[in-house]
Design a binder for this molecule. Structure first.
Ligand SMILES: [Zn+2]
Length: 561
């Protein structure tokens, strides 16, 4: 795999497109993520975007990429934002899932490691921001490269989700902020600041987040935008304000009389959550004077609420369609703000998503597809354990073959394998057991394929696209022994909809570029990954190209004023 990457890098270097020196460098570059914005979801919403909305502006004044997809199979928030921030897949940046089983592999005392967990003292006035950091990220971010290469540059990263803000920017940013639902505060910690930045304190004191208390989430688009969508579906999660309804309109209160954690959580699952993120991003630009002079600064911003809405109501819901239309408006306001503060033509932006999403299985079924849901990983585990017992015998009393099953993988208990391995050596036993488990799991309900991790990593193997995407999601010490892939349109667990698979609906996402030098209205057919923004900005600013990045800047993107 490393070999393939380095050949890719060589090819990339030869096709190195140069930025027109006559085009002025932007004062601010923006990496913008919309959480869960799958290409197919965007296409279904496209006819209904506002003429003066953000997407129309991106299409007219910027360039749209028709083929943007993740290479890695682990289509989740942590891995996606890390790719957006670094330009490389999960096998290089090491963020293989939102959480993974700890490196105590094979030991029963392992634990689930959250991708941005790091022992980190809180700031005294923001105790809820403690123990978050970028320490598990294994690749340098574009932000770090900018801080190193452009003297005086400033970097801020803003999102509702901690992992999104942290992994897009990394350790060297001047400010990384996210929202904690326990207090509704915008928080950071000592990983980035000795004291709370004044603009963060001001933002929290002004309580912009509480300004949406009691506001009503209602349809905002034309009637045609919701045609064919059913609002009241049993498999949706109810709006969390005590009404127990699945329909719009709904007041955003969390079922409380005043702002409380339940309110912040309902806000998170509503389009207004994205408004809060926009206001926070604007506070960062203003408070840190980003883009105020000729030294290029970076803003990372990720709109999280589209993801939550997609999970709890489904991407095929009235709520998700409306959240997308409201985001379109939000982006227009944000771009207008940047025009006013930084100056029109003085900022550049790359917009993409951290992953896509599958339709709710119910909607997929109604469309005639083979689809379903259930405890698919549990079923796979049972099938594997049965077959392993048949082949190798029962595990010792009180023991199980696996120490952990989750994140679409099995982790063996090495002590159990040792007890049952007979004449085989440990490596041969692990490989044989992994293959037996994979074969049995692959025939379980809703499971499409399963592989022994060792087979995926065997050197010199030519992989098909599915296996290659799984290899790009593996990182030493953070991978299980067997990798599971659910069938397309099959969903593990009870949430109405989700992502995390190597299927097209999870990997293919939107991508737009806008800024000085970009050919307005261009539609780019070249395949890119969501790491493109980091590569494009580095090239634009004459910063070194990171070793493992795969994207190149197509000549067809440039040539504008
Ligand atoms: Zn999600």
């Amino acid at each position: 795999m490393m070999l393939r990457l380095s050949i890719g890098a060589l090819l990339a270097a030869s096709a190195w497109a140069q930025q027109d020196p006559a085009v002025e460098r932007p004062r601010l570059v923006v990496l913008c993520a919309v959480d869960q914005l799958a290409s197919w979801v965007f296409e279904e919403g496209r006819p209904f975007f506002a003429a003066d909305g953000g997407f129309q502006r991106l299409m007219e004044q910027g360039a749209e990429f028709g083929k943007c997809a993740y290479q890695h199979a682990c289509t989740e928030t942590g891995p996606g934002h890390a790719t957006i921030g670094t330009g490389v897949p999960a096998s290089v940046h090491g963020i293989v899932r939102n959480a993974w089983w700890s490196a105590q592999q094979g030991k029963p005392d392992g634990r689930l490691v959250y991708c941005v967990n790091e022992p980190m003292p809180a700031l005294p006035d923001l105790p809820e921001g403690k123990d978050r950091g970028p320490g598990l990220l294994r690749a340098p971010t574009f932000a770090s490269s900018l801080k190193k290469g452009v003297k005086g540059s400033k970097v801020a990263s803003v999102s509702w989700k901690d992992r999104s803000a942290i992994l897009m920017a990394g350790p060297d940013a001047d400010a990384v902020v996210w929202i904690e639902a326990t207090t509704g505060n915008l928080v950071t910690n000592t990983a980035w600041a000795k004291t709370t930045p004044a603009w963060v304190t001001r933002f929290n004191e002004e309580r912009a987040i509480d300004g949406f208390f009691g506001s009503v989430w209602d349809r905002s688009g034309p009637e045609a935008a919701y045609a064919g969508l059913v609002d009241d579906r049993r498999h949706e999660v109810a709006h969390q304000n005590g009404t127990n309804q699945h329909t719009l309109p709904q007041p955003i209160t969390g079922g409380k009389l005043e702002p409380a954690p339940a309110y912040y959580l309902q806000l998170f699952a509503s389009p207004q959550g994205n408004t809060v993120v926009r206001l926070a991003a604007e506070a960062a630009v203003g408070g840190m004077e980003l883009g105020a002079d000729a030294t290029t600064d970076l803003l990372c911003v990720s709109f999280s609420s589209t993801d939550v809405v997609g999970h709890v109501f489904g991407p095929d819901s009235v709520e998700a369609r409306d959240a997308l239309l409201k985001l379109d408006r939000e982006l227009a306001l944000f771009f207008g703000f940047l025009d006013g503060v930084v100056g029109a033509g003085r900022w550049a932006l790359f917009l993409t998503a951290d992953h896509g999403v599958g339709p709710t299985p119910e909607a997929a079924k109604a469309a005639g597809r083979d689809a379903g849901r259930g405890l698919l990983q549990t079923g796979a585990r049972n099938a594997a354990e049965q077959e392993l017992t048949k082949r190798f015998g029962k595990p010792p009393e009180g023991k199980h073959f696996f120490t952990h099953v989750g994140e679409f993988s099995f982790y063996f208990d090495q002590d159990v394998l040792a007890a049952l391995r007979g004449e085989r050596d440990a490596a041969a036993m692990l490989l044989e057991a992994s293959r037996v488990a994979a074969e049995a799991a692959a025939s379980a309900r809703g499971i499409g394929a399963a592989f022994a991790t060792q087979d995926l990593l065997a050197p010199g193997k030519e992989h098909d696209a599915l296996r290659a995407s799984l290899v790009l999601a593996l990182y030493p010490g953070r991978a299980g022994d067997v990798q599971l892939v659910v069938k397309p349109y099959w969903l593990d667990g009870a949430s109405p909809a989700s992502h995390g698979t190597p299927h097209a609906y999870d990997k293919e996402v939107v991508a737009f570029a806008i800024g000085p030098g970009v050919r307005a209205g261009a539609r780019i057919g070249d395949a890119i990954t969501p790491g493109f923004g980091a590569v494009w900005f580095a090239q634009m600013l004459g910063l070194p190209r990171a070793a493992a990045v795969v994207d190149t800047v197509p000549q067809s993107l440039l040539g504008g004023k």
